[in-house]
Design a protein around this ligand. Structure first.
Ligand SMILES: NC(=O)c1ccc[n+]([C@@H]2O[C@H](COP(=O)([O-])OP(=O)(O)OC[C@H]3O[C@@H](n4cnc5c(N)ncnc54)[C@H](OP(=O)(O)O)[C@@H]3O)[C@@H](O)[C@H]2O)c1
Length: 360
């Protein structure tokens, strides 16, 4: 057994195995003030949403074509939500949507291209309903130890954080109009296992000083958690909540860019029962997005369907979250909109401007 573990370690499974294991772990404790659920690492997305009626709700799931995103879209649609699912390829998004029972719409989204992010947000804003759930699920994990840049920013950070930062900004005005808008950011335990010890490397977002796939991925996932923390703070007093989560270590296609050695390690880890199913992987996203008991829970970090506080790393570092917000704004200012209140679209404005008698 020890030999097998050693092999897995050497094979690079450690990239994700850093996040493996059961609920919480050393340094993890229940987050105060948040209702505890009866769900855990074994729960599935169908189980955590059982009995919840999402008819009349609009959900957006980024990265709907495989793994956790597909299962999240499938289960939200199963419970009656109208789901917008995104992919870099409209064709792949269409195919994923066509494999789901319920009402879905495919939209193209390339998170490394901020024009594409704006187009995606505009497509969602043109729908005649505000999103009730925005699940920032799409994610990139590189392989081969090769540093890549997107507009001067390290690629993991650009895709996993900056792209979603702009998407949320462009949709916030619509989320204000939902009865209870929920922003759910799919992060990872690598946010405290693998991110740089100093936290966000504000003076080196291109990772020129030090680069490793695992470190860069963890760095971007720490940004995901801090983004939700800051959103939670800024949205206090509104009907919108924002939370981040670790979905578990799930046997998906997230390792597609990793080398053969690492992929084999991950496959072995799965074969040895070290990973969970996608049905379990989508549980925490669906729980945080839909559970009626979480209507006022915001700025928290969840693992295994429960909010936790992590003593390791910088997940709850408010000063770092604030700085990340400012830096992200500076980096993306040409793509952001300023919010002064709910963002009614043309259709809704026309409805409101009509004399009462003319309204249908
Ligand atoms: N699997 C795990 O063990 C694990 C652990 C911790 C956290 N997570 C997180 O869970 C989330 C879902 O991961 P997964 O395991 O389900 O991975 P996956 O099967 O690889 O799915 C990733 C999704 O993201 C989309 N995507 C990738 N790059 C994109 C880009 N540049 N722009 C827009 N969309 C992009 C992909 O869509 P297209 O290729 O069709 O564009 C795909 O639908 C990710 O945020 C990941 O970091 C996963």
């Amino acid at each position: 057994m020890t030999d097998r573990r050693d092999f897995l370690k050497r094979a690079g499974a450690v990239l994700l195995a850093g996040s493996a294991g059961g609920c919480g772990g050393a340094g993890s404790s229940p987050a105060p003030g948040v209702p505890r659920s009866n769900f855990d690492a074994e729960s599935t997305a169908e189980e955590v949403t059982e009995g919840i009626d999402l008819n009349g709700k609009l959900a957006v799931v980024t990265g709907c074509t495989s793994g956790i995103g597909f299962e999240t879209m499938r289960v939200l649609a199963l419970r009656g939500a109208y789901v917008v699912g995104t992919s870099r390829s409209l064709e792949r998004a269409r195919e994923a949507c066509s494999n789901v029972i319920g009402v879905t719409t495919p939209v193209q989204l390339e998170l490394s291209d901020l024009d594409s992010v704006v187009d995606c947000a505009n497509a969602i804003r043109s729908l005649n309903a505000p999103p009730d759930m925005l699940i920032c699920n799409a994610g990139y994990l590189g392989g081969g130890g090769r540093r890549e840049l997107v507009n001067g920013i390290e690629k993991h950070f650009a895709i996993n954080h900056i792209g979603h930062f702009v998407l949320v900004n462009r949709l916030l005005g619509r989320l204000y109009m939902a009865n209870q808008g929920r922003i759910v950011v799919v992060a990872s335990r690598t946010a405290y296992k693998d991110a740089p010890a100093r936290g966000i490397e504000f003076d080196d977002l291109s990772a020129s000083r030090e680069y490793g796939d695992r470190r860069a991925y963890g760095h971007s996932k720490l940004a995901n958690v801090l983004f939700a923390l800051q959103l939670g703070k800024m949205l206090r007093g509104t009907r919108i909540t924002a939370n981040a989560l670790h979905p578990g270590v799930i046997n998906t296609e997230i390792d597609r860019h990793m080398g053969w050695f690492s992929q084999t390690g991950f496959a072995l880890l799965a074969a040895l029962g070290g990973t969970r199913t996608v049905e379990q992987g989508a549980a925490t996203s669906c729980y945080v997005a839909t559970n009626p008991g979480l209507g006022s829970t915001s700025g928290k970090y969840f693992e295994d369907c429960n909010a936790v506080r992590i003593s390791e790393g910088h997940l709850h570092n408010e000063a770092m979250a604030e700085q990340l917000w400012r830096v992200s704004e500076e980096l993306t200012q040409d793509y952001l909109v300023t919010h002064t209140g709910p963002d009614y679209n043309e259709f809704e404005k026309a409805l409101m401007e009509k004399p009462t008698g003319e309204r249908e």
